[in-house]
Ligand binder design. Structure first.
Ligand SMILES: [Zn+2]
Length: 421
């Protein structure tokens, strides 16, 4: 998710009219990051089931770092800098592995390069620090009758006998060499430096599933869940529903005085659009026009835009009944910033600072933890731990995490029989 330095408030708002990618029916869905640079560019991809060789889960070895760099690209010319980046990932992986129990390693594809040289994204009023996202997200069926996308890193921990194929890496992460990074060490941080470790930790948490499928997908007037399609006959499109991310299952409207306190109930309303999943359209333009004329868009889409752009109006309810207030203070919905961070004003001076949307120069995790945190938790505060446990990560306090099951039929048969030995 996009991270911006503290002095810039907004990233450019882009009206996104996504080309919805088509796949043929009779298969399960995976949502893949398809651009190694723009990590928010995703494509719905058919993914066939494979059988997992039965493996015994070895007892968790304490202190083992379960994060591995599966691919490393570093263009820095500064002596030792690439090595320092690797070491920072090592430290971050260790911190997360100490907070949660992983039975299967999490593989991270890391790139450290100049955003200015390669992306023409040069520092002016905003400097992008980096981003990370799940390489593949897999459709699963939840216990509230909705299907949702789960990050591959989490699905791997389920140890399913048969599952949609995994990609070679779980998380893809890019970091910008144009930023003056602080790598720790003897010298104190300078006022114009940013500590890489805090940003790497923040981004890895996004890659583990701290993300949302709500967005202004068809225009700035409404915030909607992500719609998916399959090919129909005679070049028609079959609309297969609005699909949330696993994080979205726990979203609640904090100032609600209506019946839709739980945001998934709004998604259920959206899924009544055009008679529900299975309805056919000739083109995506026709779908968008019809959606924009619908009650779902004009009532719920606008209501969700209102909720996601009003400070402290949206929360994440954990399985321990804790509420985490999410970032909704931006007056324009900012994709990758709104919803997918904790509220800056509530948590910046607390143990749960890690998922705030912006970080200040000259700050270190050590200093923030000393000033506001709790050394028992370190950088991963108690509420953030509960969020990740709620998503399904195992920990000392969460030894039997929630598990989704196979996705429910979307109006056509899904291939759940493995055809690969
Ligand atoms: Zn972020």
């Amino acid at each position: 998710m996009k991270l911006i330095k503290s002095i810039q408030l907004f990233t450019a708002f882009i009206l996104i009219v996504q080309p919805f990618h088509l796949i043929s029916a009779q298969t399960n869905y995976c949502l893949d990051a398809i651009d190694s640079i723009d990590l928010e560019k995703r494509m719905l991809t058919p993914c066939k089931y494979v059988k997992e060789a039965k493996r015994s889960i070895s007892k968790r070895e304490d202190n083992k770092n379960m994060f591995e760099i599966s691919d490393f690209r570093c263009t820095s010319k500064v002596s030792d800098e690439c090595e320092k980046v690797k070491n920072t990932f090592e430290t971050a992986g260790q911190i997360i592995s100490d907070a949660f129990y992983f039975n299967t390693p999490v593989l991270v594809n890391v790139s450290f390069f100049s955003f200015c040289d390669e992306l023409k994204d040069c520092p002016n009023t905003t400097v992008h620090l980096g981003a990370a996202s799940p390489k593949r997200s897999i459709l699963m069926g939840d216990d509230d009758d909705l299907n949702r996308f789960y990050p591959q890193a989490l699905v791997k921990q389920f140890n399913l006998e048969s599952h949609p194929e995994f990609l070679p890496s779980d998380i893809t992460a890019n970091f910008n060499t144009d930023v003056k990074w602080y790598f720790g060490g003897k010298d104190p941080i300078k006022k114009n430096e940013l500590e890489l470790l805090s940003i790497v930790l923040h981004e890895l948490i996004h890659g583990l599933g701290f993300r949302s499928n709500w967005g202004p997908w068809v225009g700035a007037e409404g915030v909607i869940p992500y719609p998916i399609f399959t090919d129909g006959s005679n070049k028609t499109l079959i609309f297969n529903g609005f699909i949330e991310y696993c994080f979205d299952k726990y979203l609640i409207h904090l100032k609600s005085d209506c019946n839709h306190k739980s945001i998934p109930l709004v998604t259920k309303e959206f899924n009544k659009f055009a008679g529900g999943p299975g309805s056919k359209f000739n083109t995506t333009t026709e779908f968008i026009l019809e959606l924009k004329n619908s009650t779902q868009y004009n009532y719920y889409g606008k209501k969700m835009l209102d909720i996601t752009t009003t400070a402290k109006d949206l929360g994440f309810q954990t399985n321990a009944e804790d509420i985490v207030i999410l970032e909704t203070s931006y007056k324009l919905f900012s994709q990758g910033v709104s919803v997918v961070h904790v509220d800056q004003s509530t948590y910046q001076n607390s143990s749960d600072f890690l998922m705030k949307p912006s970080f200040s120069f000259g700050d270190t995790l050590e200093k923030i933890i000393n000033d506001f945190g709790d050394s028992n938790y370190g950088p991963i505060g108690p509420k953030l731990r509960k969020v990740m446990e709620t998503l399904g990560y195992e920990s000392k306090n969460n030894p039997n995490p929630y598990r989704p099951s196979e996705p429910k039929s979307l109006g056509f048969p899904l291939t759940t029989v493995s055809d690969v030995s």
